[in-house]
Design a protein around this ligand. Structure first.
Ligand code: FAD
Length: 465
């Protein structure tokens, strides 16, 4: 046997959950080791949030460079060097993962390369290709993240892609089939459509972006149509046949079998937690039937000294949720009073236009027993949106009828991903519609849309009737 190394806090996985937890733990004086079997930054920085947003932006720039008929701008022969797009994207990823490495070092977090496996409640083995080392910890934070779900008959390959494969293509496909119209499928499908790929989205349910309210998705559907993206709902993917230079996908719609051909098929039908290869079952870790670890408000598992955060616990699988939980877990270990509160967690799809949502919807608020008002303000009535030539969409505020307390906000439109931060802040700080309406917003900005929605809630908006 090897000599065990003793640490205070061991973090397993260096994604946005784990690395943030490690830094916060170190800041509170804990001696921290973080184990990572792959790359620092996890899915989010390497093959998720960051490269996908870079690709979306590049595609958007290409689309814009082709001109704007309304504004009288046209250009011929707009070209894209896709290998440059890819290397630029790689550079963005590298800057951020390099940043994580410096931050961990700066906070004196010990970084260990290797795969962790639990021996017991206080012990893990960390293995790399060459050796195995035992670590004894006082407390442990598990942050091993998730991986794409593979569906029967669609084994991942050169042509049957998961999101990672779709982000790393060497060429712009002529045709792409996307199975699954969730936010990842919609984001990547839209990016390639902007690069002039002919995109078909096959969605099993009756609508895409199912996690968002219908009216928010409407502008996205319209834009997809304008881009020539075919969205087929109630489509059950059956199988794929790889041809010499592409794929042939069979699917069923209303009992009718259909086929579609493309260069590639991207399968984005969800992700599953990486909790099956850690020895957790053997240890008696409480998990649900899908493998999600059960935790309390302190991110604590059924073991008093073991915490779990991010994509491996229930809730929306999002980077900012993972980081938030990571900070809470680290603070709880330090003896601070901290617990999770998901009331104001934003959900964002970087679709076109972007959709963002925080807090209650009218429906969930009423289910929770609140009497609420939904106040909408259209981008069309906003000067900045008009000058951006980006007038589709709206923002709606959910306020409590009796006191005007803001308990939800939903945006579909340009920059929704940034605009939602203000509503999150309003919810966190207990602002009312009046507070928001009295906050002076610079003119002309998209930010004014939330102020005006608050005035709608007050019953006296200036720029809408
Ligand atoms: P991960 O980021 O998955 O990190 C887990 C880490 O643990 C990995 O590095 C893994 O190698 C390591 N690990 C696993 N097992 C072990 C082991 N036994 N020993 C050692 N190390 C181990 N979220 C957003 O909020 N916004 C977005 O715009 C967004 N876009 C996305 C786009 C795509 C294409 C994808 C796939 C995801 C996107 N997400 C986005 C989701 C986001 O990436 C995840 O929610 C987030 O990465 C989860 O963080 P995590 O720390 O829980 O796990």
């Amino acid at each position: 046997g090897d000599f065990p190394i003793e640490v205070d806090t061991l973090v397993i996985g260096a994604g946005p959950g784990g690395y943030v937890a490690a830094i916060r733990a170190a800041q509170t004086g804990q001696k921290v080791t973080i184990a990572e079997k792959g790359n620092l930054g996890g899915v989010c920085l390497n093959v998720g949030c960051v490269p996908s947003k870079a690709l979306i932006e590049a595609a958007h720039n290409f689309e814009k460079a082709k001109g704007d008929e309304d504004m009288g701008i046209s250009s011929e022969n707009t070209t894209v060097d896709f290998s440059k797009v890819q290397s630029w994207k790689g550079g963005v990823v590298q800057k951020l993962t390099g940043g994580v490495q410096s931050l961990l070092k700066g906070n004196k977090v010990d970084v260990v390369k290797g795969e962790a496996y639990f021996v017991d409640q206080n012990t893990v083995k960390i293995m790399d290709e060459k050796q195995s080392q035992t670590y004894k910890f006082k407390d442990c934070i598990i942050a091993t993240g998730s991986r794409p779900i593979e569906i029967p008959n669609f084994k991942f390959s050169e042509r049957v892609l998961d999101s990672t494969g779709a982000l790393e293509l060497k060429e712009i496909p002529k045709k792409l089939i996307v199975i699954g119209g969730g936010y990842i499928g919609t984001e990547l499908g839209t990016a390639y459509a902007n690069f002039d790929t002919e995109v078909t989205i096959l969605e099993g349910m009756d609508r895409i972006l199912n996690g968002f309210e219908k009216d928010l998705v409407q502008p996205v559907k319209k834009n997809l149509k304008n881009k020539g993206v075919e969205v087929v709902t109630n489509a059950m993917a059956q199988g794929v046949e790889e041809t010499e230079d592409g794929v042939k996908v069979t699917y069923e719609v209303n009992g009718e079998e259909k086929t579609a051909e493309a260069d590639y098929v991207l399968v984005t039908v969800g992700r599953k937690p990486n909790t099956d290869e850690l020895g957790l079952d053997e240890m008696g870790m409480e998990m649900d039937d899908k493998g999600y670890i059960q935790v309390d408000k302190h991110s604590r598992t059924n073991f008093e000294n073991i915490y779990a955060i991010g994509d491996i616990v229930p809730g929306p699988p999002l980077a900012h949720k993972a980081s938030y939980e990571g900070k809470i877990a680290a603070e709880v270990i330090a003896g601070e009073k901290a617990e999770v509160d998901y009331m104001a967690i934003p959900l964002v799809a970087f679709s076109d236009p972007e959709i963002a949502s925080v807090g209650y919807t009218k429906e969930t608020a009423e289910e929770a027993g609140y009497e609420v008002k939904e106040s909408k303000f259209p981008f069309q009535a906003n000067g900045r949106a008009l000058s951006l030539n980006s007038t589709e969409g709206f923002l709606k505020l959910i306020t409590r009828k009796d006191d005007g307390l803001i308990i939800g906000g939903h945006v579909s439109g340009a920059n929704a991903s940034d605009m939602i931060a203000e509503i999150g802040l309003a919810i966190e700080t207990g602002m009312t519609a009046e507070d928001l309406s009295l906050t002076i917003h610079a003119h002309p900005t998209l930010g004014e849309v939330s102020m005006e929605a608050a005035e709608v809630a007050m019953g006296r908006p200036i720029h809408t009737m």
